[in-house]
Design a protein around this ligand. Structure first.
Ligand code: ZN
Length: 207
């Protein structure tokens, strides 16, 4: 069980400060991050399920082991489905946050690599939007699909190809390709725009 030195308010304040410092931090919610990582009173966080995983029987009234049961011992196929759903709905968000904090620290030591940091942050935003769509988060926020979420990013990324001079409006598929492959290819001539400092500046403007 995690003991919070300084208490809940201190941990929340630390997360809030970290989120404030993060680039493109509109995807993060400090309260939700706190709940996920530390809040013992919610089934929206990791505490109850990790505690059940560590203890064969749990007596905490918020996640008591049912009578004639042992935690995870007699799980059915349906239970496993639920565990996987929970895992994929919760963990990616926490990992996005963790990598963002790590990048801030590491790239703080490498100021000349600021473009690289911003491109990484932007790729994470795209993957995050895909995750929100796939995990059902977007649906709960009444957005239609991850296509719609990604389409919102496109107007800021229209560019003139530095190689063939064509005016290009990227597609959602282009964004996903960029996020997973770290190349931003012109559909006309296949030139990778990331080699162009002017193009990389676009990622500085998106906060
Ligand atoms: Zn081109």
């Amino acid at each position: 069980m995690t003991h919070l030195i300084g208490g809940e308010a201190v941990y929340k304040a630390i997360i809030e400060k970290a989120v404030d410092k993060a680039p493109m931090n509109f995807v993060f919610d400090a309260t939700h991050l706190y709940q996920l990582r530390y809040d013992k009173g919610t089934k929206d966080g990791l505490n109850w399920i990790t505690n059940q995983a560590l203890h064969i029987v749990t007596t905490d009234k918020r996640y008591t082991t049912p009578d004639q049961e042992l935690n995870f011992v007699y799980s059915t196929t349906e239970d496993y489905e639920k565990y996987w759903k929970f895992y994929y709905a919760k963990l990616p968000y926490l990992l996005f946050y963790a990598v963002t904090v790590i990048d801030e620290i590491v790239f703080g030591l490498l100021p000349e690599q600021i473009d690289h940091k911003r491109v990484r942050a932007y790729r994470r935003i795209i993957v995050h939007q895909v995750f929100r769509g796939v995990s059902g988060l977007a649906e709960r926020e009444e957005k239609n699909s991850f296509n719609d979420l990604l389409a919102e990013l496109i107007p800021d990324l229209i560019y003139t190809c530095t190689s063939c001079q064509a005016q290009i409006e990227p597609t959602v598929d282009d964004l996903i390709w960029f996020a997973f492959n770290n190349v931003f290819l012109c559909p006309n001539c296949k030139h990778d725009q990331l080699g162009d400092p002017t193009f990389r500046l676009k990622f500085h403007e998106l906060d």
